[in-house]
Design a binder for this molecule. Sequence first.
Ligand SMILES: Cc1ncc(COP(=O)(O)O)c(C=O)c1O
Length: 225
Amino acid sequence: MRVHLPVRKAILNRRTYEAPAEGRSDKLRLDFNENTTGCSRAVRRALSKLTCKQLAMYPEYQAPTRRIARYFGVRAEELLLTNGGDDALRVFFDTFVESGSSILICEPTFPMYRYYAEIYGARISVLHYGNEMEFPLDGVIAALRKKPRVLFIANPNNPTGTLVQKEEVRKILKAATHTAVVMDEAYAEFSGFSVVRWINEFYAPVPRESRCSGGYGSSAERWCD
Ligand SMILES: Cc1ncc(COP(=O)(O)O)c(C=O)c1O
């Protein structure tokens, strides 16, 4: 007997995004924001010190979490290590987004916000960057009055490379009285500013995502906050 496994409607209805991820190693590779000059030698040294026993064990998180929290200037309880930024987003959706929740995004932006929103059956409201790639600040402030569950901002943004300035972020956070604002700071090392230390200043949570691939040339490793 053939068993029919029904696939969730949200998956069937989703716009597919198949990243061309194979056969890229001898190419110029400017498409995925990887560091094309490779990681620091210190990373190679640290990895080469891993023993077979360590590789066979499930990892222990407490000591590295404390160290990385010190580096970012937050408390260890405010930091979650995940398998890269995409996994951090998935954990966020698991925790905060229900089917039918409304999600606000400004496109073009990192496609994984839409990807997860579609998989989780969220309602997606989209604003657009202007012709000069300016961030739609007024539109965002107006849209926040409708109390979406989550607003995603990549800052700096991928793929426009534009930055929402500190004062604009502050305006958005003040207007987001009923909305979780996710600041995706995957590229904060390039912009020179981060809102991670504002975490206690705002009533709404300010989840912030960072990654090691952009700044540290280690896309193959997976850690994030
Ligand atoms: C804005 C943004 N956030 C998050 C990610 C995901 O990063 P990771 O490689 O850590 O999964 C990317 C990757 O391109 C990105 O551009």
